[in-house]
Design a protein around this ligand. Structure first.
Ligand code: MSP
Length: 513
């Protein structure tokens, strides 16, 4: 059984912004974690290339949509590589293989008698690629998300019989594990309780889309096409690519991690489409919050967009990952604050974790011939061992429940406690008394061992820092041994060599990002 995790398929109207980096980093951490637990992970990301929004963006640039999409898709792919994102599949919705799956899926839905032709009238937001509910209640006719004018549409479209699935969808969304967090589930329950309306799945005024096979001039509605990217991605690299192949290759997804603005598509429309096609529904849809900057919505007009490229080149991958994972409870909105970013990285990573390793390794090398001391085990109880064991149990529990911020905090607490232990026991004073040597060995061993566990726990969260910690402790991590087994206390080998300490993370300077 595979573990399938997806990011949204990002619109290629522009290069990745901090919001898309955020979702992708969280998915990456989960994918890495599941792999470490031995699961067969399929981590899917990709781009959503069709629709009016992309068509207009290309037109505005005076280039063919295909040329525009090729360029931006490549930027996405290379960006994820720069961020060290461990994706397994990168799906482009303009690929032939994807088109094949969309057509097969359409045939299935048609076979369930869920498609009919009708007239679609309503107010449309091109930014969201979505008809808006009751905008007549609003005085402005603007999309609340994009703050742009809505457009009136009145055209012949093909419709999907969503209303037929009212009871089934109600049952699905009331399942506590299906939508998280709970506030988002309640929003959806409220929306569905008002009664589901059929929605249009084709367009006659959008040329940049997959043609509907049996209706000239119709292209598939971009969301109908895009959601299927999650399915087509699974068999995207196989020569005999097909819907059936994807279904047997790992479908259904275990988790779709998305922003809260696109929850309806994933938690209501998508399951209904899948049931209609005789397919299984995803196990979970997790709607995360929105990122703001210094308390304000990020936007080009406000001039406060934080360029992730700049963050990456200036501060590196791990600091950004740590801030986004540890500082924002998954599901809540989060704020990126420059000063807070610098303070958190300096306190947590440079001082608490980096210095701990650096100074302990230096002491050990100086006193024990460049080696880890033997663990003399002379104290009756080992406080640090106890704390580390609790941290590991809690960390796994939090991570399993997608509480990544709390899992990260477990690692940090262990590092804080290890520093306290070191400061309380003061081995630098004990070393002056000859008879205390066994005690000093025990203390240093404990601190280094705790640091080894801290490094291992950081592996899915901060892969680069984790690997530096491992290097500094003499490269003990073994890929072939199950990660969980290596979290057991006491595996640090006494008398093993310690390499010369180098700083694993440098302190950041605060200057306007
Ligand atoms: N193409 C659709 C998704 C199709 S999935 C089959 C789409 N793309 S998007 O590029 O506009 O948005 C991708 C994700 O970015 C969404 O989950 C959205 O919620 C998220 N974010 C957009 N702005 C954001 C922030 N400021 N903060 C966090 N996430 C944000 O929608």
């Amino acid at each position: 059984m595979s573990f399938v995790i997806t990011t949204p398929l990002y619109y290629v109207n522009d290069k990745p912004h901090l919001g898309s980096v955020y979702t992708t980093i969280i998915c990456d951490a989960i994918a890495r974690y599941k792999r470490l637990l031995g699961e067969d992970v399929i981590f899917i990301t990709g781009v959503d290339e069709h629709g009016l929004k992309i068509q207009r963006t290309a037109n505005a640039k005076g280039i063919e949509p295909k040329v525009h999409c090729d360029e931006i898709s490549e930027i996405f792919r290379s960006n994820w590589n720069k961020w060290n994102i461990s994706f397994d599949k990168f799906i482009r919705t303009t690929s032939n293989n994807h088109e094949l799956v969309v057509n097969e899926f359409y045939e299935r839905v048609k076979g369930s008698d869920d498609i009919y032709i009708g007239v679609q009238k309503g107010w449309y937001c091109v930014g969201c690629e979505e008809f808006k509910d009751n905008p007549e209640n609003s005085t402005t006719y603007k999309c609340p998300i994009h703050q742009k004018n809505l457009e009136w549409k009145n055209e012949e479209n093909l419709f999907f019989r969503l209303s037929k699935y009212q009871d089934k969808i109600e049952k699905i969304i009331n399942e506590p594990s299906f939508i998280e967090p709970i506030e988002r589930r309640n929003e959806i329950i409220n929306f569905v309780s008002k009664g589901l309306k059929d929605f249009s799945i084709s367009r006659t005024n959008v040329s940049w889309g997959i043609p509907v096979p049996d209706h000239d001039n119709h292209t598939f509605y971009v969301w109908f096409d895009a959601l299927l990217g999650y399915v087509s991605a699974i068999s995207s690299n196989s020569p005999d690519h097909s819907l059936e192949k994807s279904i047997h290759g790992g479908w259904p997804a275990n988790i779709h991690l998305i922003g809260k603005d696109i929850l309806r598509f994933h938690a209501v429309y998508w399951p209904a489409m899948l049931i209609s096609a005789g397919m299984e529904i995803p196990k979970k849809v997790f709607g995360h919050g929105f990122l703001t900057r210094e308390g304000q919505k990020m936007g080009k007009s406000l001039g406060n967009v934080l360029d992730p490229d700049l963050l990456l080149s200036k501060y590196g991958n791990d600091p950004v990952r740590w801030y986004l994972i540890k500082d924002i409870p998954l599901g809540n909105d989060g704020d990126f604050q420059d000063r807070r970013f610098v303070d958190i990285i300096n306190n947590d990573l440079a001082n608490t974790i980096g210095n701990l390793l650096n100074r302990t390794s230096s002491m050990s090398r100086k006193w024990f011939d460049n080696k880890v001391p033997n663990n003399e085990k002379i104290s009756r109880e080992n406080k640090l061992e106890h704390l580390a064991k609790i941290a590991v149990v809690n960390y796994l529990d939090k991570f399993n429940n997608y509480k990544l911020d709390l899992a990260a905090n477990e690692v940090l607490s262990l590092a804080i406690n290890t520093n306290l232990y070191l400061n309380d026991t003061q081995p630098w004073l004990l070393i002056k008394e000859k008879e205390k040597l066994p005690l000093v060995k025990e203390i240093i061993y404990n601190v280094l061992e705790s640091t080894r566990i801290i490094g291992l726990l950081l592996l899915p969260l901060l892969p680069e820092l984790s690997s530096k910690i491992n290097d500094q402790l003499g490269s003990l991590y073994k890929k072939e041994v199950p990660w969980e087994k290596q979290l057991i206390w006491g595996l640090l080998i006494g008398n093993s060599r310690l390499p010369r300490p180098v700083p694993i993370i440098s302190k950041l300077e605060y200057d306007q990002i």
